[in-house]
Design a protein around this ligand. Structure first.
Ligand code: MN
Length: 139
């Protein structure tokens, strides 16, 4: 049966400042019905906006949609990410993602909950020093 969820059927939500720095918007794309656990969300970061450090028990995939973003795995350099890029985040890996300084950025976030229904474990905010670090050269 045809199942189309229209763009205006669900309002944009503002992400809580307990888990994010700056103004970050979330638009739900899909929430899998069992046996699927797949969730997809379009996340839009205003300039300076980013997640806190966090982990995903089952990992996460980010597909970059518009603007210029940033991604960092703990212990690695910050990486600039751009539309068309796909970021593969392993289960349990501490990381953050967000806009590049001065830039709007949106990505599609794809993840699955674990057996307990948890999709993310939230940690401390990303410091301004970490956020503003010189990114690694583009490869
Ligand atoms: Mn993440």
């Amino acid at each position: 049966m045809t199942n189309i969820i229209r763009a205006n059927a669900r309002d944009t939500k503002t992400q809580p400042n307990t888990n994010f720095v700056g103004t970050v918007y979330a638009d739900e794309v899909s929430v899998g019905q069992a046996p699927s656990r797949m969730r997809s969300t379009r996340v839009t970061f205003t300039p300076g906006g980013r997640t806190n450090w966090h982990t995903h028990p089952v990992g996460q995939v980010l597909f970059c949609l518009i603007g210029v973003g940033r991604y960092q795995l703990e212990g690695d350099q910050v990486h600039e990410i751009r539309p068309g890029d796909t970021v593969i985040i392993p289960p349990g890996a501490k990381h953050w993602h967000g806009s590049a300084p001065g830039q709007l950025f949106s990505h599609l976030a794809l993840s699955e909950n674990d057996d307990n229904g948890n999709g993310a474990d939230w940690l401390e905010p990303v410091s301004d020093d970490d956020y503003n670090a010189q990114p690694a050269p583009m490869t």
